[in-house]
Design a protein around this ligand. Sequence first.
Ligand code: 4AD
Ligand code: MG
Length: 477
Amino acid sequence: MKVSRIDQLLKDKKIGLEVSVQGWVRTFRSNRFIALNDGSSIRNLQCVVDFEAFDEQQLKLITTGACIEVTGDLVASMGAGQEVEIQVKKLKIHGASDAEKYPLQPKKHSLEFLREIAHLRPRTQTFGAVFRIRHHVSFAIHQYFHQRGFFNVHTPIITGSDAEGAGEMFRVSTIDPANPPRNEDGTLNYKEDFFEKPVNLTVSGQLEAELFATALGKVYTFGPTFRAENSNTSRHLAEFWMIEPEVAFANLHDNMDLAEDFLQSVIKSVLENCREDLEFLSQRLVDEEKGLAAAERSSMSLIEKLEFVVNNSFRRVSYTEAIDILKNSKPNKKKKFNYIIEEWGADLQSEHERYLVEKHFQSPVILFDYPAKIKAFYMRLNEDGKTVRAMDVLFPGIGEIIGGSQREERYDVLKKKMEDFHIEPEELYWYLDTRRFGTCEHSGFGLGFERLVQFVTGMSNIRDVIPFPRTPGNCEF
Ligand code: 4AD
Ligand code: MG
């Protein structure tokens, strides 16, 4: 018999139908009621066994964590909590579970504890919901771009250029660290290494995406990125996924329009397609905040927050305006910020970004036209000669979720910029070539995928929205 998925059975409610279901036991009550979950839904299917009809040894194997298959008729449920249940006729144990040693006992576990058993945590309600939503976010992103004529480009993961300067890089090498080949002067002889030169894991696919945008018009990347910064925060990973659209003939304003429409569309799609999981996570946050004083609780539920972002325009504010606001803000004057804003040109820290979004504007914000000195070499220089067409999208609870810019398309200006930033133009000759052969205005941005999943699920730590987090000192599983 064809095996059914629980989400479908609970939706169709075809009373009288004989069905088979495979899944993992959440609980087994009174030797009679199995709560079975197959991962398709936050909801369990209640399976009712008549213990007299089954072998006692077999029933003993139905413990929390065990993998089983049941076959029986779908009937209207007498009990509260579910509309339908299965009256079990046949039972198969796929894999018993050592009930005493199973780390996921049916009780509340801390997220920190669950991080230590990341191989089992997708079996919990919270992580099941998070990872189903993660899938939907990914799917909605591909769908968004595909429907608008963008082409997905697979940019390389191993890269020979380290010029973007987006972060510290991980070296990739096959050299034996215990016995490295050396030149006469004692330096490493990279000629003996696999690629015959130093190479790294990529920090971004942008430069390669630009090459494709100036050929296919509208492209996007969606791939893993690696940064070896030693930042142990709730918003940084050493390995994370980034989405980088790049559009020919687009200026900074087109870029801001795209970023806003893109985020709103993806979040809207999740609101439409992940209702039950979102309701569960929304309630989870309410429960978590129960111990807090009223003033410290969130003013909006998770779902309300998502709806707010979908239905309200993002505030667009220049860096210069933002600095004025921050300079005159209470936490700056009372020296509550860790980094006091003294003057124009200061780099913004996440405490400043969050003040603007959460306290001042109470809305997502797009900051643009940053000082050239604090942004990457490839951003287009404005007429004032001191700011560049950069933009950062800032979200409540997250801070920077997107970073992007209009690119410098003028060969001479770009080359001069590279020299100022001490980047050898020869090293990036292929990047400069696009400016020699048919250059055009173009723009793009990078969205941190996990930061978006954090926002959508309300999870406060980025390690809880990626299946197997990599952070300093942590590369288990
Ligand atoms: O602002 P970033 O460094 O921009 C770039 O890499 C550009 N090349 C993007 C482009 O214009 N195509 O990174 C983009 C986004 C950030 O806004 C943030 O959301 C995320 O990537 N991000 C991280 N997410 C998790 N862990 C980290 N260590 C991250 N570093 C950046
Ligand atoms: Mg950035």
